[in-house]
Design a binder for this molecule. Structure first.
Ligand SMILES: Cc1cc2nc3c(=O)[nH]c(=O)nc-3n(C[C@H](O)[C@H](O)[C@H](O)COP(=O)(O)O)c2cc1C
Length: 314
């Protein structure tokens, strides 16, 4: 999730209870292949503790998808990020689902559903860049304005390694319940058209158990969870201890997050206010949480945040 699942949060989650696989925030290939590259590299940053990690990319120009895929596969990005020899991304994911206005206006992400020739060029260019060295997946929705399973068929014909499907159209944004029946239909299409493509379902999953049940019910290969992590940082644990966490344990976990953020983004590559989203995750469900949150969310630096978090709880 953009501005959420950076290397800092992924490390926090990894320490709480690791998922089987991580994804980066989406990174624009046209920006990566321009003078803006150093500014965007932060979105690809990771450590050895957050693996396997899939690099998610988006953009417009197939040639930039080709170059980016090539540089991910041959380890160019891993070297630029200062990772040790042999540590690399585990795969590449193409974002063909984001409904965000600007992305759609530029004909990217979910808008690719309306431009299949360009979608095909993007996939083919990425496959050419990867040259069999890393697997390729696509993350998408079940249609643009209307449900359109021919889009899913089109993607399955590309023989991807994995296809992650969010069970809403672009038009539906997040306004209606996620449609798991359609994800199940996509899995049936997969059985016929591309038996080797893994199908991952996504949308509104709040617990590990719920995800496992949905995977079983619809015979899916995996479940992708986004916002559920905001309700429980231990979401991926078999038995989450989060409900029983004391106020002090919650404060300590946020303190760990803020400290890691301060250590990682030393040159203010990320605005301190991006932490506010996490404040709501940790600082809740105890007496005085609301007042503490208000003070924390008004803070303007990590030093200020840490100093408030170090105060004894009232
Ligand atoms: C703040 C935010 C940022 C997101 N950024 C991305 C992104 O960069 N790439 C992506 O594929 N999906 C992104 N998504 C969509 C989620 O991955 C997911 O598909 C969606 O939230 C529905 O799943 P969920 O109910 O498990 O959250 C984002 C969602 C949110 C709320």
């Amino acid at each position: 999730m953009d501005d959420v699942t950076d290397t800092v949060f992924r490390r926090i989650v990894a320490d709480c209870a690791a998922p089987d696989m991580y994804f980066t925030e989406f990174v624009n290939v046209d920006g990566l292949q321009s003078e803006g590259r150093p500014r965007l590299l932060k979105k690809l940053r990771f450590t050895e503790g957050e693996q396997p990690l899939i690099a998610q990319i988006w953009g417009k120009n197939p040639d930039n998808f080709y170059k980016t895929a090539q540089q991910i596969a041959d380890g160019t990005f891993a070297r630029e990020l200062g990772l040790p020899e042999g540590v690399n991304f585990a795969g590449v994911d193409l974002n063909m689902g984001c409904p965000e206005k600007t992305a759609v206006k530029h004909g990217t992400c979910s808008a690719l559903m309306n431009d299949r020739p360009l979608a095909a060029q993007v996939i083919d260019a990425t496959l050419k860049g990867l040259d069999g060295r890393l697997p390729l997946s696509v993350k998408t929705r079940v249609g643009f304005n209307e449900v359109d399973m021919t889009w899913i068929e089109f993607l399955l014909e590309k023989k991807l390694n994995m296809l992650s499907i969010h069970g809403r159209t672009k038009k539906q944004m997040s306004a209606v319940p996620n449609n798991w029946e359609l994800i199940g239909q996509a899995r049936e299409l997969r059985d016929k058209l591309a038996p080797d493509t893994l199908i991952v379902g996504n949308g509104d999953v709040l617990t590990r158990q719920q995800g496992l049940e949905l995977a079983q019910q619809y015979k899916l290969d995996g479940i992708m969870i986004g916002r559920g992590i905001f309700h429980d940082p231990f979401l991926f644990a078999e038995q989450s201890p989060w409900q029983d966490f004391t106020a002090q344990q919650r404060v300590d976990l946020y303190k760990k997050h803020v400290q890691l953020f301060a250590d990682t983004w030393q040159n203010r590559e990320r605005a301190v206010h991006t932490l506010n989203r996490f404040c709501k995750v940790y600082i809740q469900s105890f007496d005085g949480a609301k007042e503490l949150r208000e003070r924390l969310m008004a803070a303007n630096s990590t030093d200020e945040l840490l100093s408030i978090l170090n105060e004894p709880l009232g």
